[in-house]
Structure formats: C-alpha cells, structure tokens
Design a protein around this ligand. Structure first.
Ligand SMILES: [Zn+2]
Ligand SMILES: [Zn+2]
Length: 382
C-alpha cells in the first residue's frame, strides 16, 4: 500500500491494508483495532463457522460468479484432485514420488535427498520445530473464559539475538512470538529466553560447587524496551533500577530530542504507538541488546490458536548448534578454563564431569593452576 493511501486521519496513520514499504508510519495499536472493528461486519471476525452453503453463496456473490462456476471451481480446486497416485491406493505421505512436477514436492524431495546424503536424521529438536505452529492452529481452550476474545489484536513479534558470535551476524537468529493487544510489555520480556540471563559471572576454580547458585537473571533484574522515544523499564521488583536514566540524561546534555520513561508492566501493546517493520530495542543484563521488530498487527481469526493460556505463542525458534566438551565430545560444555596446563587449548570448554575429573582429586581438592568460569551454551534453550 502506498503511503498516500493511509487513513485520512493524520493522527492515527493507520495502514489501510498492506504496507509495501520497509516500515509503516507510526500508529496507535488500539486505534488500529477500533478502525478495523468499525469497517468490518461482526461476522467477518466472528469465530463462528459459517455453514458451507452460506459460505459458498457469499463467496460466489463477492467474486461475481454464478453458482455453476462456483461448483466447477470447487471440484477442480478440491484436495481430491491433487493426487499423484491411483485412486484406490493409500499413499505414504513421507515418500515423495520420484517424477513429481508439483513444486512443493520437488522442493521437499531436494531437502530429503540432502538430508540423506549428509546422513542427518531428524532429531527431537527438528521434529519439535516443525510442530510449533501446527500444534496450535485453531486450538480452542478448555474453559470458555480462556478464549481469545473476538476482535482481539494479534501481533507478530520477532526478537533477534545479539551478534555475540561472528556467524550470528549473517544468520540473524531470532524467535517469533504471537502476542495479543492485551499483553503487557513485561509479558513479552518474560517470554524472551536469552542465554545471558543464565550466565554466571565470576571465577570459581576454588569453589566449583557454589557457582550454579548465582544466576544473572536473579541478580540483575533491570531491563527496558525502547519504542518511539519512550524507555519502558521493568520496575516489578524492588531491586529493579531505571537503567534508561543514564541515556536520557546524556541525550539531554547533548541536546538530543527528549526521551521519556514508562513502566513495561503498566504498558499493554494496545496502548503503544509503533511502526510495523521498524527495529526497536530490548536491553537487559546491562548491555545485552536485542532488536525487536513487530512484523504484523491484525485481528484474531478463527484458525488462530484461541487458547489465551498458550500466549505468548512461540511460532519460530532458531536452533543453535551446541558446543561440546573438548575432552569427551559428547556433553554440552558447562565450564571454560584459561591458563590451564591440563587443557588442549586456551580457553578450553569442558562438560561438568570431565572438568571435575581432570581438575580435582577424589576429595575435591584443586589440582594445579587454572581459572574456571561457568559457561552456559547458547543452545541451552533448543
Ligand atoms: Zn540477551
Ligand atoms: Zn566431557
């Protein structure tokens, strides 16, 4: 949609339909919802299933076609006509026929052959990743009170991982979450799993047993989102600090346009003014910075997951290759050491078992000189 076709109300800038530019103009999510609800008939966003005949009649009317054409189209486009096997045969859905001309099947065959040539078997992570979206389509809650209300806003949000590894710069790993307009920013924060929240800071070669008691998330609870000139701070716990203050004061001193603050737990998406497609910021643990991009804002639909309890709903997750122990090559690394005479490299990664076997005697006394730091693998959340 061209910018000129935006809503005529200059204060809302609500995109009429789809926006083809990189990002939309800034608009208020609550007003966007109201605008849709004004323009649509309640039957358009109702979860009630129309019976097939009514649907067909309405569809034909809307498309300006006759009832006969509609019947023809239905049989031509029917799933039954999409077979590439004899009618009396039950196909194996895992086997792609060798001579298929259907593009999706050609692609699928390519992928299967690639996996077979590399001897990659589907592990439980991949199986799960494929299921993520499928599992929740059209899912209804057990209790009516848990139903996402008709006409609720659904946002698609991508949260990117900081480029802490060189390869992350190219692969842009992220998670994709669906959230409703009634969710608060604090709920978004709680849905973001970042390895730096689990990081344990410090050198523990003398006391390896006490290390796991310190987890960064429990110690450093401050965080903020930054949307359109406003820092939304997490102030839910007494130890939270307003970590945006330094930036705000710095900006003031350098004559930048003024920034303001609000609490993330008091801010619902409905209340926000945002640009869809624009990179915003989530910052926690002092300097762990994630880009946050709202990629879609729309009304809920009957094929959406309608169980409120399953939101924020994770629909995509990047899978990170885990780094294995340098000794056994089997278990995920839990420690890394430096200045370590027993290690084949500096720094060197060990699983807990190998680390303790190599560096301590049976009584738990430290052997030799080395420094040891707890390590949390970025793939820990796979
Ligand atoms: Zn982070
Ligand atoms: Zn090991």
């Amino acid at each position: 949609m061209a910018a000129s076709k935006c809503s005529t109300d200059p204060n809302t800038n609500i995109p009429d339909y789809e926006y083809t530019d990189v990002n939309t103009h800034i608009f208020h999510i609550g007003s966007f919802r109201n605008e849709w609800l004004n323009r649509l008939k309640p039957s358009n966003y109702s979860y009630q299933q129309e019976d097939e005949d009514t649907f067909d009649a309405n569809f034909a009317k809307e498309m300006g076609i006759s009832a006969e054409t509609m019947t023809d189209l239905k049989s031509i486009c029917s799933l039954d006509s999409l077979r590439c096997h004899p009618e009396d045969e039950q196909p194996d859905t895992e086997v792609v026929p060798p001579d298929s001309t259907l593009r999706t099947l050609v692609q699928r065959k390519k992928k299967q052959d690639h996996r077979a040539s590399l001897k990659i078997s589907k592990n439980r992570h991949d199986l799960y990743a494929d299921e993520l979206e499928r599992l929740t389509v059209g899912r209804k809650p057990e209790a009516v009170t848990d139903m996402v209300p008709e006409g609720e806003v659904i946002l698609t949000i991508n949260v990117y991982y900081p480029a802490i590894y060189e390869k992350f710069i190219y692969s842009r790993p992220h998670i994709t979450l669906l959230m409703t307009g009634s969710h608060s920013l604090a709920e978004l924060r709680d849905a973001i799993c970042c390895v730096s929240d689990l990081q344990v800071c410090g050198e523990f070669s003398n006391t390896p047993d006490i290390a796991p008691d310190f987890i960064s998330k429990d110690h450093y609870k401050s965080a903020f989102f930054f949307f359109e000139g406003v820092f939304y701070n997490d102030m839910r716990y007494p130890e939270c600090q307003d970590i945006s203050m330094t930036t705000i004061e710095w900006a003031k001193a350098h004559k930048f346009p003024p920034y303001s603050q609000a609490k993330m737990e008091d801010t619902r998406f409905m209340d926000l003014k945002v640009k869809v497609g624009f990179p915003y910021l989530y910052c926690h643990q002092g300097d762990c910075e994630h880009l946050v991009i709202i990629t879609d804002v729309r009304l809920s639909h009957k094929v959406d997951c309608l169980d409120k309890k399953l939101y924020p709903l994770l629909t995509h997750k990047h899978r990170v290759i885990t780094q294995k122990c340098a000794v056994c090559h089997v278990f995920i690394g839990r420690w890394f050491t430096t200045n370590d005479q027993f290690a084949p490299s500096d720094p060197c990664l060990f699983c807990d078992k190998c680390f303790r076997m190599l560096h301590y005697d049976a009584q738990g006394n430290k052997l030799g000189d080395f420094l040891a730091y707890p390590f949390v693998d970025p793939g820990a959340f796979n």
